[in-house]
Structure formats: structure tokens, C-alpha cells
Design a protein around this ligand. Structure first.
Ligand code: IPM
Ligand code: MN
Length: 353
């Protein structure tokens, strides 16, 4: 079988990051003996500025034909915020029904965390973020726009089916992960008394089917505090789209920064998409200074999803080696190596195992 992978390098530093990921893919495919082909799509800010088009309608159907999508970053300084995000990134997540955004928060040995007295044994959990509902639906509108009596509404949509499939995924994932066997619901039941009432009921109803897993609840504001103070308490955190967006940036920082934070947009029945979560970082575009490790770890998640677990493990080990033996910092421009040199280093350590 030949894996078909769609590649969307995207904007800013996206192409540089993806280039290193593809370098690693080529090397690991050789070592593990699997075959793949890639098709590159130029969706992003440049194309939009040239043609006025974000995603052609045909793209969605075309992308459904792939085994996976590998994405760099979407976001361009010359395009008004929201156009590319909604027109490309969120549209892909929604139309491909990638209802899970899986974001591991894992501190690798040798990586510096801003958390005092915390190490790799303390920072190792996963956020399961609902990815197709909530405040991200775009439901809402203005009343009396442009007047002093203006009202802006932004509605969070939470459906039983949407919440249920997300919560179930979290419990299944927790069981498979087999670590602390604990799922924490991150909500705000004291204020968002409709949305999180539903979440809480579904969480316990589904959780009853998993007697081997401990159920835990915390408000989102408290979670932010505990993530800093006691990250070792967490195993799997499940939450809605907006809270998941926010707490995973916090997660990224405690695991060493956006330079190493990867995520997966998953449709277990369809095509999934893998990306570094850091964005397009236009300031560093074209400078060969961005850290490609997040994109390389996103590639590892992609391969694991395809069932190439050994390849994924090789990449993770290699990234660990590069972090502990080489990089001065994970921040762009301060690594002590260029983007392409970091990619080369990862390739060099792939046959450790
Ligand atoms: C992310 C990003 C996106 C989000 C933006 C770019 C729309 O912040 O993937 O976390 O909010 O989901
Ligand atoms: Mn985000």
C-alpha cells in the first residue's frame, strides 16, 4: 500500500517547517520500508492575495481522497484576521468533520520548562479539544451595528451528539494511553450553566461505561492555575473548542514552547490533519530560523495515526536526542542551529532504534 498524503505548507514559516517534516518522512520511510506519495496544495495567504480565493469548493472533496493531511500554518500579515483562519483552517476542520483536536503536552528530557521544580515525569498529559462546535461555529451577529446601542452576539453551540463523541474519544484515548487512567473535564459549570450542564451530564453518563477510569472536573480558570502549579495531576483533559484553544497555548509553553507543540485534527472515520500549533510566525519567514520540531512531531502523530507506530517512535526518540544533546533553546533564532540543520539532526538520530 502507498500512503497518499496531502501537504499544505501554507503561510509564513509553514513551508520551512513542512520541508523539514518531509525530509524526516523520506528518511523514516526508507528505514521502515513503507511507501507514500505527496500532493502539495498552495492554499494560504499568498494564493488568496493573488486570486481572492481561500479554498476552492473542489478542494474538500479532493482532500477526502487522501490518507492524511500535513499542514504547515495558515495566517498572513496582509490579510485581515479571520479570513484565512475561517476560510481555510476552520473550514477544513469543520467540513472534514475533524471533531477532535488532540494536543499532547509532554516535556522531553533536556527541554527547559518555565515551571520551577517540574520535570518530564510531571508534565505529560493530553488535551482532547472539541473541534467542530462551541464558539467556533460562527453563529451570532450584530444588532444596531455601528451605533452606540450596538450589541454583538457570539453563540456557543453544543450538541448532545457533538459532546458525546468528543467525551467518548477522551475516555477511549485515556484507556489506550494507560497511564494515570484519569479524565478531567475542563468547563465552567458555575457560569455557563447551559453548555457545561450538558457537558457534565454527558461526561458522567459516558464515564460510567469506563469504570477503570477516574473522573475529575475542574473549572477552566482553575485548570490554568493547576497546569502551572501541579501539572502532574493531569492525564487526559477534555474540553470545548474555545477553552481547548486557550489552555493548549498554556500547555505549549510548559512543554517548552510553540517550537515543539504539535496537534492532530482527527476524524476517526475520515481524513485527519496534522499541524504544528504555533502559527505562521511571519517575522521569521524565510530566515531558516524557525524550530521545525513541532512540525516533525506532527508528522510523527500522522504516522502513528496511519498505523506506522515504529516510525512514529523513531521520530520521537530522535527529537528527544536532538533536544537533550544539541539545541541551546527551542525558540526561533536561538536554537544554535538553523531550521534545516535541526531537520538533518533528527534524520541522523532516526536509526537509534
Ligand atoms: C489553533 C489556532 C486556531 C484556533 C486559529 C488560527 C483559528 O489558534 O489551532 O489553536 O483558534 O483554533
Ligand atoms: Mn490556538
Amino acid at each position: 500500500m502507498t500512503y497518499r498524503i496531502a501537504v499544505i505548507p501554507g503561510d509564513g514559516t509553514g513551508p520551512e517547517q513542512v520541508r523539514e517534516g518531509l525530509k524526516v518522512l523520506e528518511a523514516v520511510a526508507q528505514l521502515e520500508g513503507f511507501k507514500y506519495e505527496t500532493v502539495v496544495y498552495d492554499f494560504g495567504g499568498e494564493r488568496y492575495l493573488r486570486t481572492g480565493e481561500t479554498l476552492p469548493d473542489s478542494a474538500i472533496e479532493e482532500l477526502k481522497q487522501f490518507h492524511a493531511i500535513y499542514l504547515g500554518a495558515i495566517g498572513h500579515p496582509d490579510v485581515k484576521p479571520g479570513i484565512l483562519e475561517k476560510g481555510i483552517l476552520l473550514r477544513l476542520r469543520f467540513e472534514l468533520d475533524q471533531y477532535i483536536n488532540l494536543r499532547p503536552v509532554k516535556l522531553y528530557p533536556g527541554v527547559e520548562t518555565p515551571l520551577k521544580d517540574k520535570g518530564p515525569e510531571d508534565i505529560d498529559f493530553v488535551v482532547v479539544r472539541e473541534n467542530t462546535e462551541g464558539l467556533y461555529c460562527g453563529a451570532g451577529g450584530f444588532l444596531r451595528r455601528g451605533t452606540k446601542d450596538e450589541v454583538a452576539l457570539q453563540i456557543s453551540i453544543n450538541t448532545y451528539k457533538g459532546v458525546e463523541r468528543c467525551v467518548r474519544y477522551a475516555f477511549e484515548y485515556c484507556r489506550k494511553r494507560n497511564k494515570k487512567k484519569k479524565v478531567t473535564l475542563c468547563g465552567k459549570t458555575n457560569v455557563l450553566t447551559y453548555a457545561f450542564d450538558l457537558w457534565e451530564r454527558v461526561f458522567h453518563a459516558v464515564g460510567e461505561e469506563y469504570p477503570d477510569i477516574t473522573r475529575d472536573y475542574a473549572h477552566v480558570d482553575a485548570i490554568c492555575m493547576w497546569m502551572v502549579k501541579n501539572p502532574e495531576w493531569f492525564d487526559v483533559i477534555v474540553t470545548d473548542n474555545m477553552f481547548g484553544d486557550i489552555i493548549t497555548d498554556l500547555g505549549a509553553i510548559i512543554q517548552g514552547g510553540l517550537g515543539i507543540a504539535a496537534g492532530a485534527n482527527i476524524n476517526p472515520q475520515g481524513v485527519s490533519m496534522f499541524e504544528p500549533i504555533g502559527g505562521s510566525a511571519p517575522k521569521y519567514a524565510g530566515k531558516n530560523q524557525i524550530n521545525p520540531l513541532a512540525a516533525i512531531l506532527a508528522l510523527a502523530m500522522l504516522l502513528e495515526h496511519l498505523g506506522e507506530e515504529r516510525a512514529a517512535a523513531r521520530i520521537e526518540r530522535a527529537v528527544q536526542e536532538v533536544c537533550s544533546k544539541h539545541l541551546k533553546s527551542l525558540a526561533a533564532g536561538r536554537m544554535g542551529y538553523t531550521t534545516s540543520e535541526v531537520g538533518d539532526l533528527v534524520v541522523r538520530y532516526l536509526d537509534l532504534k
